[in-house]
Design a protein around this ligand. Structure first.
Ligand code: GLN
Length: 198
């Protein structure tokens, strides 16, 4: 292990963070669960997992993490948001709770639970740009992207709706890539942002 290698944080206030750590470990980067500002100070990139965006928004505020995380994101820290993490990073959230906050880090409008309720959760294979083999995407009460700004690059769509998009160092997915047993999207995040391996 290289003690100076960058550490990729996984926001661990709530939700599906453990499987993200496994995927990142498979890619070969060091990881750390982030629950406090002290944890955040030790990481140079962050994965924001799926879960419940309203709960995460509340916990980000009560833990004192929200403003510091906003500052780091505004400073250009690479972030990968999945499902609820996508909602938290979007510029506009439709059907959110009035008090839920988001970071406005990627110029997309998302509709919370836009694919329907828990019973409407589904799995499908998607084509990701640059990848020969399909990626198995698990959608769980997923947010639906309803608009993307001109700076946003669409990496994958499902039924003509973007489901994996990137803007600069911010990448977001409507689905749960950590549940696919396939670390390719985590590898893309690490490689695109030139995060060195441990
Ligand atoms: N619908 C959830 C929310 O509003 C997201 C679901 C998920 O992350 N699997 O945050």
């Amino acid at each position: 292990m290289d003690a100076h290698a960058p550490v990729v944080g996984v926001l661990a206030l709530q939700g599906a963070f453990a499987a993200h750590e496994l995927a990142l470990a498979e890619v070969g980067v060091a990881t750390r669960q982030v629950r406090s500002r002290a944890d955040l100070a030790m990481v140079s990139a962050l994965v924001m997992p799926g879960g419940e965006s309203t709960t995460m928004s509340r916990l980000l505020a009560t833990s004192g993490l929200f403003d510091e995380l906003q500052r780091r994101i505004d400073d250009g820290m690479p972030v990968f948001g999945t499902c609820a993490g996508m909602i938290l990073l979007a510029t506009e959230v439709l059907d959110g709770r009035p008090d839920q906050r988001s970071f406005g880090a990627i110029d997309i409008s998302v509709r919370r639970n836009g694919y329907g309720r828990q019973v409407d959760s589904f799995e499908t294979d998607i084509h990701v740009e640059g990848e020969a083999l399909p990626f198995h995407a698990v959608f769980i009460r997923a947010p639906k992207v309803v608009a993307v700004g001109p700076e946003v690059h669409v990496m994958a769509s499902h039924d003509d709706v973007p489901v994996l998009v990137r803007q600069g160092s911010v990448m977001v997915a409507s689905f749960h890539p950590e549940l696919a047993g396939d670390a390719r999207l985590h590898r893309m995040f690490v490689q695109h942002n030139e995060i060195r391996k441990a």
